[in-house]
Design a protein around this ligand. Structure first.
Ligand code: FES
Length: 174
């Protein structure tokens, strides 16, 4: 994996230590630490180096740190794109065309022969976009639902999604 810490290793280690001392023995402390570490990374992911650092500073076995990081879909184990597009693939969204939305998004990412059963998260080589799916946003009445950079869009059409993506692309890279 790439080393892409936005914070220097020394700064990150201090941040982890501070959180560990603050939340010592509290349930969920490891989740808070991992969230902070992920947010400290310019590519919003948990690298092997950072997971090892969390284990070293907190004393939590590395196997346990890994199991938590891999259990929660919130945590990324590979570098993420600047923009994240999440397409809901729940039943309500599926029946209202979310597979078409996903395929169009992937075609715009240069993957015209995208197979949903093979990929659940895709990041473009230039790291401008990450496309992922979710089981349900809990907004089924507004299907199909797509989240772009944390903003929920409802009753999305293919043309709306394409113009959103093209607009982000024109916005430039990191
Ligand atoms: S199925 Fe898409 S929001 Fe529930």
């Amino acid at each position: 994996m790439q080393k892409t810490l936005a914070a220097s290793p020394g700064t990150l280690r201090k941040r982890i230590k501070t959180l560990h001392e603050h939340y010592r023995d509290q349930p969920g402390a490891l989740l808070t630490i991992l969230e902070t570490v992920q947010d400290s990374d310019e590519c919003r992911y948990l690298s092997e180096e950072s997971l090892t650092m969390v284990s070293e500073v907190t004393g939590v076995p590395l196997s346990r740190v890994w199991s938590v990081a891999t259990f929660y879909s919130y945590f990324n184990l590979s570098p993420q794109g600047k923009h994240t597009i999440t397409v809901c693939r729940g039943t309500a969204c599926h029946t209202r065309g979310s597979l078409n939305l996903l395929r169009e998004a992937m075609a715009l990412m240069g993957v015209p022969d995208f197979r949903e059963d093979e990929e659940t998260v895709f990041t473009t080589a230039d790291r401008l976009f990450t496309v992922r799916v979710v089981a349900c946003f809990g907004q089924c009445a507004l299907a199909p639902v797509v989240e772009v950079d944390g903003v929920i869009y409802s009753r999305v059409t293919v043309s709306q999604l394409c113009s959103l993506i093209n607009g982000l692309r024109k916005g430039g890279k990191k």
